[in-house]
Write a protein that binds this ligand. Structure first.
Ligand SMILES: [Zn+2]
Length: 572
């Protein structure tokens, strides 16, 4: 392609012959060097080990909070959460004690796939969280685990339904929720440990078929292929304690299958990475990365609502609406077959969000409450019950800063049984976030402390037990985790970056920060492709306002999303 063509309007590179340099990105959700390095040394991850040696590997700093939704959105847009606007799976509605479920239309900023498409190059993106509803791309995008599905991904999660169906008719759906149901029974773990590597295998086959069909469609591979696997994250949440004999939640009686689960998923991922790189072409730049890391969970869980009550910020009403909301929801989910439950929820518009809102905000005596927490482990934070903003605000605007200072003091004095801190850092939100969407973050943003190398879990306060503690050490029978106990593996703020192939060693995601962070990845990838990174209006072409999202989930979509998040342990 001539330089003249490049200068004038969109280019149409044709596969390998195009002007754009191809890049393969393999996303391993929650992957951590703490797992990769020992397995690589033991010869169990031959591909990743070789690529780390030949190319470059670095820890990659995640977002605050270090969670899939904000983190992948930052990777996709090159913007921090305060600028792209997605902080969590859910978003508190300003002025109301209610939440809604977030989706890709809440995110602002142009994505990497859109930029690449706009440059006339072709894209394959499979499985990235927070990409539903799918945006149009020059190629194919299939949304990630948070897409509202009941029996498996379908064409609605794809930017090109026809192409999706052509692939799925040969391979099956990109994703099926086959191991999420009934996470409480004992056999579930044995089954999940077997199925997770099989899921990696199926996604790999789907990706290979997608590469093949895209190549046949246009006479060459896509210029940017991104394949995201969520299994590394799921396996860490549920099997860390079996993988790590030092975990305070370790079960010495765990079966071999359970103890091997983490290693076997990483081995399956290593094989998938190798085959996908072979199919894409060894000549191309290949980047393996994660959105955040993973580690083990402490035996201690913390209840932020209870802490706020201890410090005098929060008072309970006697009705206990949150308890009944949770109870009714659990009962409905347990008693009804999934399809029937779906039909019931369809009749009650917004039922999933309404019930979730009740669970988070019900039972609070608002006139005597100056601060409250959603108690979401995915985004630990505190809202001030501010007059003029909240429906029943009790704190005058003039007292806002004083209350925030008192909240930080209350968090600083919060101690674990051994005297260590519960909270590593507590910020006023504008100290950690900047941009037009800072007000979507809670007034106080906090990071839980590291409890001797293990992560604390923020778990909703069981208010019906009147005088419980704000920090609780789990009993032996609770260590596996589950509702009210947190998961036995938790996220870490550092993910991975491994680059290999063309010019990989010279390539580092470095932006304005000294340490490479997720924010630097999109400009780095675009730069490697030879597409200039130009800053675009962060508000996006539609200038959409948060209160009127471009598209809300339909009630049944919302219930499916809620059910998936609950099954995965992200919602209590
Ligand atoms: Zn993640």
């Amino acid at each position: 392609m001539s330089s003249q063509q490049q200068a004038s309007g969109p280019r149409h590179p044709r596969g390998n012959g195009g002007a754009v340099r191809p890049v393969l990105v393999l996303g391993l959700d929650g992957a951590s060097f703490d797992v990769i390095e020992p397995l690589a040394r033991a010869g169990r991850l031959p591909n990743l080990a070789r690529w780390m040696e030949e190319g470059a590997s670095l820890p990659l700093r995640s977002t605050v909070p270090a969670m899939s939704f904000p983190a992948w959105s930052t990777l996709a847009t090159g913007l921090d959460p305060g600028r792209h606007g997605l902080f969590d799976f859910t978003q508190k509605i300003p002025g109301a004690y209610r939440i809604r479920f977030s989706n890709a239309t809440d995110r602002r900023g142009e994505t990497l796939f859109s930029r690449v498409s706009r440059a006339g190059a072709r894209v394959l993106c499979l499985g990235m969280p927070a990409t539903f509803p799918p945006e149009p791309v020059n190629g194919l995008l299939v949304s990630g685990f948070d897409a509202p599905i009941s029996v498996g991904s379908d064409a609605r999660a794809a930017s090109d339904p026809t192409l999706y169906n052509a692939i799925a008719s040969k391979i099956g759906p990109w994703m099926t929720p086959d191991l999420d149901e009934g996470a409480s029974d004992g056999d579930w773990r044995e089954r999940a440990a077997e199925r997770l590597p099989q899921r990696v295998e199926r996604k790999k086959r789907f990706a290979l078929e997608a590469l093949d069909q895209l190549a046949r469609q246009a006479g060459g591979r896509p210029d940017l292929a991104m394949v995201i696997f969520s299994e590394s994250d799921t396996v860490s949440h549920h099997f860390w304690r079996d993988h790590d004999p030092d975990s305070p939640r370790h079960d010495p009686d765990a079966s071999l299958v359970r103890r091997a689960a983490v290693g076997r998923v990483y081995e399956a991922l290593d094989r998938a990475c190798g085959e996908l790189r072979d199919a894409f072409g060894r000549d191309a730049l290949c980047i393996v990365l994660s959105d955040h890391g993973s580690g083990g969970a402490s035996r201690n869980i913390v209840h932020l609502g209870r802490r706020l009550a201890e410090c005098g910020f929060l008072e309970r009403a006697s009705s206990g609406g949150d308890f009944w909301a949770r109870h009714a929801r659990d009962l409905a989910l347990r008693a009804l077959p999934p399809r029937l439950a779906e039909r019931v929820f369809r009749r009650v518009r917004g039922a999933a969000a309404r019930i979730e809102s009740m669970a988070r905000f019900g039972g609070i005596d608002w006139s005597h409450t100056s601060a409250f927490s959603e108690e979401a482990n995915t985004q630990p934070g505190i809202w001030v019950n501010l007059q003029g903003r909240e429906a029943s605000g009790s704190v005058a605007p003039a007292d806002y800063e004083r209350v925030r200072s008192e909240l930080i003091d209350c968090l600083r004095d919060w101690k674990l049984p051994d005297g260590g801190p519960v909270v590593a850092r507590a910020w006023r939100r504008e100290e950690v976030h900047s941009g037009p969407y800072v007000d979507r973050a809670p007034d106080i943003v906090l990071e839980l402390a590291d409890d001797a190398g293990y992560g604390l879990s923020l778990v909703p306060t069981p208010w019906r037990e009147h005088a419980g503690p704000s920090v609780r050490t789990l009993d032996r029978h609770e260590l596996a985790g589950g509702r009210g106990r947190g998961m036995n593996g938790t996220h870490r703020p550092e993910g991975v970056w491994i680059a290999t192939g063309a010019e990989a060693a010279r390539l580092q995601p470095t932006g304005t920060n000294a340490r490479p962070s997720l924010r630097d990845v999109a400009p780095t990838i675009l730069g490697a492709m030879g597409i200039p990174w130009t800053d675009r209006d962060e508000a996006g072409p539609d200038g959409g306002d948060f209160l009127e999202p471009r598209r809300d989930y339909t009630p049944e979509e919302e219930e499916r999303v809620a059910a998936r998040l609950r099954a995965l342990g992200y919602l209590e």
